[in-house]
Design a protein around this ligand. Sequence first.
Ligand code: FES
Ligand code: FES
Length: 218
Amino acid sequence: MTEIGTVLPARECALEDERARLTRRELIKRIIASGAVASASSYVGASLAGCARAAGAAGAVERLISLNVNGQLRRVDVLPQETLAMTLRYKLGLTGTKLGCDRTECGACTVMLDDSSHYSCSVLTHSVRGRRVVTVEGVRGPNGELHPVQQAFIDELSPQCGFCTSGQVVAAVALLKSNPKPTREQARAALAGNLCRCGAYDNYLNGVMRASGQGSAT
Ligand code: FES
Ligand code: FES
C-alpha cells in the first residue's frame, strides 16, 4: 500500500492504477504470463549464448546433418556439442520434449532412441545419426489418434500440472514396447527416472497398467 502523501515516480503510479483496475485473478494471470515469457526467453538466450561461447572457444561450426525424427528425415545444422533436447526444441520445433534440469536428473526431456528411452538433454545430437528418434509428438497413431498410453493417462487423470507428462508418456511407451504386460513394480522401476514435482506417481502408474490392458489397480 502507498502511504498518503508519498510521491511516486510516474511508472509506479501507472502500475498502482493498473493494479487497482485488475481483479486478483487477472493480476495473477498476467504475472504468470510475463514470468513464463521472461524465464523462457532468458533460458533460450542463455542457452544460445552458451552455444555461441562454446562454439567460439572451440572454433566449432555448425554442421548440416540428417536425423530420423518421428519417422521423417529432418535436415538440421548442429554444433558438435549441441544436445538433442536443444535441437528438438529450438531447431525442429518439437517443444513437447521439455527441459527441466538439463542435467540428467528429472526425465522431462525423455525421448526414444531405437525404442528405448533416453534423456535427450544428455545425448549429443550428432551421435544419433542413423538412429530412430521418437518424441512425444511421434507416439500417436497413423491417423493422429492418441497412443493408448496417452488415452490411459487421460482416463486415469494422471497429469497434475502436466510438465512431466510428455516424459512420462515416452518412458511408458518405451516400456510397453519391450514389456507389453509389466507388473506394477516393473512399471514403477521403468518410470523411476521421470520425476514428478506434483507427486502424481501412482496416477501415472495407474495409466500404464490401464494402457497395458491389466486394469489400473493391478
Ligand atoms: S531435462 Fe533432461 S533429465 Fe532433466
Ligand atoms: S504432473 Fe506436475 S510435475 Fe508431474
